[in-house]
Ligand binder design. Structure first.
Ligand code: F6P
Length: 365
C-alpha cells in the first residue's frame, strides 16, 4: 500500500462529548510524534475550528495527564456542519458550504491528513471531505453506541456504568417506598444504553425504541409482581421510545445541528401512565448529561487508546476515507461511506433481549 507523505496532522472532536475523547487525542499525538515524527495540531470545537482555522499545537506536554479526563481538551460542537455552516449576513444568517475554506486552511497550515473523532453526523462530513481528496481517518465515539460497523464506540461502557450505578441506588428507595421508579436514559433512537444498563442493574421492565410497548401489558407485569410480594418495580426507558400517542418526546430543537431534535422527557410520561394503570405510586428520574460526564472506565480508556493507535497506523499505511472499528476483539478499518448517515439499532434477535425474556424481564409487551 502506498504511504501517505505526512509530516503534520490535524485532530478534531465533533458531536456530543463522551468519556475517552482525551485518551484518543493523547494516543494519536504520542504515536504520531514518537513513531513517525509527525507534528500535530488540534482544531477547536469540532468543525468550527476547522472552518475558522482555530487550532492549538499538540505535543507530548499538551497531552500529558489526559488519560483519565472526561470531555475533550479541544472542545466540541454538535451543530456546526462545514458543508452548511452558519455565516452572518446583513440580512441575518445563511448556511454556506465552507469546504473550500477548509482546504485553504489545511494548505496554509501544512496539514497533510486529519483524524476526525465523532459520531454519525461527524463521520458524514468526514466522508464528504474524504471524497474531496483530504486524507481522513475517522474514530467512532458516542455514548449511544449507534455507529454502524463497530461493535462498540468508546464512551458507551462508561455511560452504561454511570447509569447502572444510578439505577442501583434507585433500587433501594423504590423498595423502601413500594414505588415504581422510571429511569430515563439517553441513547437517541437506539436502545443500547437502556438495554445494557437495564440488564446490568436488574431492571424489571426495559423499554427501547426498537420495540413497541403496551402500557396495559406493562401494568399487568407490575401487578403480577405486586401479587407475588414485590411492591416496587424498576422501569428503564430509553429517551427515544415514542409517546403513547405515537410521537417522539423532545425538549428542544437545535438549529444547524445534523440532527436538530433533542430527545428527553418521556420518562415522566411513562411514570404517570403506569401509576394510573397499576395503582402504584410512581416517580421518575431523567439521568441526562450525567451519562456523558466523568472519567472513562478502563474498557473505554483501552478502546480509545487502541482506536487512536489504529488511526495513526492507518494514515501511515496510506489509508484514507476509513474509520477504525472494533470487530470482535480486533481493530479493523471500514470505509467511512459505510458509516455515514446510518444508525446501528438493537436487532430484534439480540442475545440480551432473548436472555432477558427467558428471565421474565418485560420489554414492553
Ligand atoms: O449523542 C449523544 C447524546 O448524549 C444523546 O444520547 C442525546 O440524545 C444527545 O446527545 C443530547 O445532546 P445535547 O448535548 O445537545 O443535549
Amino acid at each position: 500500500m502506498p504511504m501517505n507523505k505526512i509530516s503534520k496532522i490535524g485532530i478534531l472532536t465533533g458531536g456530543g462529548d463522551c468519556p475517552g475523547l482525551n485518551a484518543v487525542i493523547r494516543t494519536v499525538v504520542r504515536c504520531g510524534i514518537h513513531q513517525y515524527g509527525w507534528e500535530a495540531v488540534g482544531f477547536k470545537d469540532g468543525y468550527r475550528g476547522l472552518v475558522l482555522n482555530d487550532y492549538l499545537p499538540l505535543d507530548f506536554d499538551s497531552v500529558a495527564g489526559l488519560l483519565d479526563k472526561g470531555g475533550t481538551i479541544l472542545g466540541t460542537s454538535n451543530r456546526d456542519n462545514p458543508f452548511a455552516f452558519p455565516v452572518a449576513t446583513p440580512e441575518g444568517e445563511e448556511l454556506r458550504d465552507m469546504s473550500a475554506q477548509v482546504h485553504a486552511n489545511l494548505q496554509e497550515d501544512g496539514i497533510d491528513a486529519l483524524v476526525i473523532i465523532g459520531g454519525d453526523g461527524t463521520m458524514t462530513a468526514a466522508e464528504l471531505f474524504s471524497q474531496q481528496g483530504i486524507p481522513v481517518i475517522g474514530v467512532p465515539k458516542t455514548i449511544d453506541n449507534d455507529l454502524i460497523g463497530t461493535d462498540y464506540t468508546f464512551g458507551f461502557q462508561t455511560a452504561v456504568e454511570t447509569a447502572t450505578e444510578a439505577i442501583d441506588k434507585i433500587h433501594s428507595t423504590a423498595e423502601s417506598h413500594h414505588r415504581l421508579m422510571v429511569v430515563e436514559v439517553m441513547g437517541r433512537y437506539a436502545g443500547w444504553i437502556a438495554l445494557h444498563a437495564g440488564m446490568s442493574s436488574g431492571a424489571d421492565i426495559i423499554l427501547i425504541p426498537e420495540l413497541a410497548y403496551d402500557l396495559d401489558a406493562i401494568a399487568a407485569t407490575i401487578r403480577r409482581r405486586a401479587a407475588a410480594g414485590k411492591h416496587f418495580s424498576i422501569i428503564v426507558v430509553s429517551e427515544g421510545i415514542r409517546h403513547p400517542q405515537g410521537h417522539l418526546v423532545s425538549q428542544r430543537t437545535v438549529k444547524n445541528s445534523p440532527d436538530p431534535i433533542r430527545l428527553g422527557g418521556i420518562g415522566p410520561v411513562i411514570a404517570a401512565e403506569l401509576e394510573t394503570r397499576s395503582g402504584i405510586e410512581a416517580r421518575s428520574v431523567v439521568l441526562g448529561h450525567l451519562q456523558r460526564g466523568g472519567s472513562p472506565n478502563p474498557f473505554d480508556r483501552i478502546l480509545a487508546t487502541r482506536f487512536g493507535a489504529a488511526a495513526v497506523e492507518a494514515l501511515a499505511a496510506g489509508q484514507k476515507g476509513q474509520m477504525v472499528a472494533l470487530q470482535g476483539t480486533h481493530i479493523d478499518t471500514i470505509p467511512l461511506s459505510m458509516v455515514a448517515s446510518k444508525q446501528k439499532l438493537v436487532p430484534a434477535d439480540h442475545e440480551l433481549l432473548r436472555i432477558g425474556r427467558e428471565m421474565g424481564i418485560c420489554f414492553g409487551s
